[in-house]
Every structure is written in structure tokens, then in C-alpha cells.
Design a protein around this ligand. Structure first.
Ligand code: AMP
Length: 192
């Protein structure tokens, strides 16, 4: 199995590059943000809980998020057989440890962590533009500020976590989408 964590701050291009990874490697994509947005759209109880956190730019509590991820993995065993792109998960050390355990229980492991590195001013510009183009409700100036704080305080420490395991590959996330993807492909193909 080829299990890729696509890692980076909000606006770093994780969703866009996940689409490229799916096309090239035929992997199963799990975006926890998309799972939550889908629940909000369908008006589920989980959606209502998630919305309160998302609107404030905060993270959904680890226990809840970890059980959602386990459910998605179990519900898609066949589709996930060639491997999974984890997009937006893990976002905390607790989630990363839970992911290691969950994958080990399923007889597999993370193959690599692709970290898209983009300067802060560019992230803000991209997020605000996406908000205008898509109407995504947490892509506004107030929420962006807390999402970036959350990233720095809770998510960025995962870079060290994965570097210590020899899994982290930094990718320059500035430039043309195709050029960034070419670098990602090199990082992934190294593993095969
Ligand atoms: P994203 O689409 O990945 O930028 O996620 C949008 C929002 O969903 C985040 O700002 C969080 O509120 C929530 N979210 C998504 N993934 C996670 C996660 N792994 N842990 C906690 N909250 C998450």
C-alpha cells in the first residue's frame, strides 16, 4: 500500500495536489475537511457539532476526529486497498499517534509525508481568494487568523514528529501547480 499524508497549512494546496495524486497513483482520498463539510450539507448531528468549531477556525476534538477517520477507513476497505491520501489529517500529535496505531492494526503504515511549504502572506491571499470563488464559509479574514494560529501551535509540531521517523519530505509549495506536482511525484516515486 502507498499511504501518503499530504501536509501543510490551510491554503498550502493540499486539496489541489491530492487531486493530482489520485489521478496519477489511483489512491483513495480522505479529506477530513470534506467529510465534515458533507455532514454539514446533509444536516447531520456530526455536521452541527463540527460547524461550531469550523466557524471559529478551531479543530474538532481529537477523540471525535479519530473515530470519524476510523469509520471512513472501515467503510472503504476495498477502495482504500491500493493506498490512501490523508488530507487534513492528522492535525495534532494525538491524531498522528492514533493514525500510526490504526494503520498498524490494519497491517499497513504511512509511506511518506509530503509537506507543502508556503509563506504566510501567500497562504492568506490564497485562502481569501478561495473564499471569494467558492463561498467556503471559513475562508474569511477573521477565521483565517485563528486557523493559522491553530496550524502553528497544534499542527506544525507534526513536522518534527515525522522528521524523527524519517518520513517527512519538504516540498516548495510556491509556483505553478504542475511544477509543484512534479516535485511531489519525485518524492513519491523515490519510494517505489
Ligand atoms: P480543511 O478543509 O482541511 O482546511 O478543514 C476545515 C476545518 O475542518 C478545519 O479548520 C477544522 O475546523 C476541521 N477539521 C478538518 N480536519 C480536521 C482534523 N483532522 N482535526 C480537527 N479538525 C479538523
Amino acid at each position: 500500500m502507498l499511504n501518503i499524508v499530504i501536509f501543510g497549512a490551510p491554503g498550502s494546496g493540499k486539496g489541489t495536489q491530492s487531486d493530482n495524486l489520485i489521478k496519477t497513483y489511483g489512491l483513495f482520498h480522505i479529506s477530513t475537511g470534506d467529510v465534515l463539510r458533507d455532514n454539514i450539507k446533509r444536516g447531520t448531528e456530526l455536521g452541527a457539532t463540527a460547524k461550531a468549531y469550523m466557524d471559529k477556525g478551531q479543530l474538532i476534538p481529537d477523540d471525535l476526529m479519530i473515530s470519524i477517520l476510523a469509520d471512513v477507513l472501515d467503510a472503504n476497505r476495498e477502495a482504500a486497498a491500493p493506498g490512501v491520501i490523508f488530507d487534513g489529517f492528522p492535525r495534532t500529535i494525538a491524531q498522528a499517534e492514533a493514525l500510526d496505531t490504526m494503520l498498524a492494526e490494519r497491517g499497513t503504515a504511512i509511506s511518506t509525508v509530503v509537506g507543502l511549504e508556503v509563506p504566510e502572506e501567500e497562504l492568506i491571499e490564497r485562502i481569501l481568494l478561495r473564499g471569494k470563488l467558492t463561498g467556503r464559509s471559513d475562508d474569511n479574514m477573521e477565521t483565517v487568523k485563528s486557523r493559522l494560529d491553530v496550524y502553528h501551535n497544534q499542527t506544525a509540531p507534526l513536522q518534527e514528529y515525522y522528521k524523527a521517523k524519517g518520513l517527512y519530505q519538504a516540498i516548495n509549495g510556491l509556483g505553478k501547480i504542475e511544477e509543484i506536482f512534479a516535485d511531489i511525484q519525485k518524492a513519491v516515486d523515490k519510494l517505489r
